[in-house]
Design a protein around this ligand. Structure first.
Ligand code: KIV
Ligand code: ZN
Length: 520
């Protein structure tokens, strides 16, 4: 169990810095964009959890990214706040400006160094790239004391050239050197050997912190990061739930728990309070609309579930038979019957606070009313029901298109018909539509009121808790005009949850479309 990490506990272990890039690389995941308020909420949680460095965005990418990085820098207390920047002078200035209000600002600048990236993406020769490394790092270092330099596609870069670039970055003032496996191509033994060889070959390697940034295209991001750590890396770049470009990045929760559970073979410490992990995972899933797969390590719904009789028997005798860590270690509370119809507002507020939600008075009143409605309709209300209810409310705040009422005719007699009332920009609207099944009818009714070209790419239903009166959580993904948006919602009525999830995605889709046309 985690409480017994043998001999290694005696001596002080070297620290490994946890660099969270959920809001930068994670947000680059198609469909995973976050609003400013969502980013502020997540940054606050990451900081409370003990993340050392928060990569808050890519300030030169858009006005929204610049505003988010600046606001996170201004609210930060102890974490280093980092912005990503290409090597162009205007990007670096913009990044420096965005992180300025943090007590501990960092500029993270990068350029590709592999032959394929230099030739086809940058259309630059090695000398020009080398010159850009020196110039960009020196410029960043004039703005802040903490500068990270990354060799994009490092693992497919010719070794001697990689050494030259890193040498130049260190000579120009970089304080952290990041070695990304940008396309998730490495195997752990190879990645570990690369880190070791770089550290052995670069004369000033002891003057900088070495960092791993591994993508998960072959499912090896965590294994590669740990191999890097065993060979000298002291900063790991990772994301909550492994969010990120394509197959994602190394999952923060897996890295941290691998170190905590296997302190005997990974004798390093982090500053992370692991009891925040489940909450962080749920928050990122709620904000992005990306469900966490049930069997996901550490934070999946089934990570601590025991189904077979033999396993249950073993667990009852001693939980160490089938659990290598305790659910409490990662902040998973035992599913408990929490509250009922007669519970009061204060008890409800206390319950929410224990689950990491602090709501303003209006939002609390709203949530309490919805909880009472739920308790009227559902016999047992569990923690997970309350989480779903509050998440759904938070997701709907400030949306242009609001849900009011739904009536559906379903069953064998047909025709399946949906009548829906919405508010659109404050005005009440009504529509009625038929469909090939009740869900189709509901979505057709919404499409009549808000015409759009996006197609429904994903529709998924899960039960929040057990029983036939369980709330259903519906996830929806819309894709069209090069824009992708995901939405999620829960309700004991699957069709109501479907309508709200569709509207959640549609609201995001419309916001993105408007943003794009403003930018154009
Ligand atoms: O994957 C990558 O190479 C990156 C860099 C910008 C650090 O995300
Ligand atoms: Zn990346």
């Amino acid at each position: 169990m985690t409480s017994k990490t043998p001999a290694a506990t005696a001596a002080k272990k070297p620290r490994v810095l946890i660099f969270d890039t959920t809001m930068r690389d994670g947000e680059q995941s198609p469909g995973a964009s976050m609003t400013l308020n969502e980013k502020l909420e997540l940054a606050n949680l990451l900081e409370n959890m003990g993340v050392d460095i928060i990569e808050a965005g890519f300030p030169a990418a858009s006005a929204g990214d610049f505003a988010a990085v600046s606001a996170i820098a201004a609210q930060s207390k102890s974490a280093v706040i980092c912005g990503l920047s290409r090597s162009t002078p205007s990007d670096i200035d913009r990044c420096g400006e965005a992180v300025r209000k943090s007590a501990r600002p960092r500029i993270h600048t990068f350029i590709s160094t592999s032959p394929v990236h230099m030739k086809h993406k940058l259309k630059m020769g090695p000398n020009a790239v080398l010159e850009a490394v020196g110039r960009s790092v020196a410029q960043a270092r004039n703005l802040v004391d903490d500068v990270e330099w990354s060799a994009e596609d490092a693992t497919r870069t010719e070794f001697d050239f990689l050494c030259k670039c890193i040498d130049t970055a260190i000579a120009s003032g970089a304080t952290t050197i990041n070695v990304p496996d940008t396309v998730g191509y490495s195997h752990p033994d190879e990645y570990g050997a690369l880190i070791r060889r770089l550290i052995e070959n670069i004369p000033n390697s002891d003057k900088v912190i070495w960092s791993a940034h591994c993508h998960n295209d072959l499912g090896l991001a965590v294994a590669n990061s740990l191999a890097g750590m065993a060979n000298g890396v002291r900063q790991i770049e990772c994301t909550i739930n492994g969010l990120g470009e394509r197959a994602g990045n190394a999952a923060l929760e897996e890295i941290v728990m691998a170190m905590k559970v296997r302190g005997d073979t990974l004798p390093y410490d982090t500053n992370i309070d692991t009891s925040y992990l489940a909450r962080a995972s749920a928050m990122v899933s709620r904000i992005t609309g990306f469900p966490v797969q049930y069997n996901k390590a550490i934070v999946g719904k089934n990570a601590f579930a025991h189904e077979s009789g033999i396993h249950q028997d073993g667990m009852l005798k001693n939980s160490e038979t089938y659990e290598i860590m305790k659910p409490e270690d990662v902040g998973v509370a035992k599913t408990s019957l929490v509250m009922g119809k007669l519970s009061g507002r204060n008890a409800f507020r206390d319950k929410l606070e224990s689950m990491g939600y602090t709501l303003e008075a209006d939002a609390l009143n709203d949530a309490f009313k919805r909880f009472k409605d739920l308790a009227d309709r559902k016999k047992h209300v569990f923690d997970d029901d309350i989480i779903a209810l509050v998440d759904e409310q938070l997701a709907a705040e400030g949306e242009r298109i609001g849900f009011k009422r739904l009536r559906v005719v379903a069953g064998t007699e047909g025709p399946q018909t949906a009548e829906i009332d919405l508010t659109i920009d404050g005005e009440d609207k009504y529509s009625i539509a038929r469909g090939n099944g009740p869900v189709d009818a509901v979505f057709n009714a919404i499409r009549q009121l808000v015409p759009h070209h996006a197609v429904l790419e994903l529709y998924q239903v899960h039960a929040v808790t057990g029983g036939t009166d369980a709330q259903a959580t519906v996830s929806v993904r819309l894709n069209g005009d090069g824009i992708m948006a995901t939405g999620r919602s829960s309700d004991p009525d699957t069709l109501v949850a479907s309508a709200k999830a569709y509207l959640h995605a549609l609201n995001k889709f419309e916001v993105r479309k408007a943003k794009r046309s403003r930018a154009a």
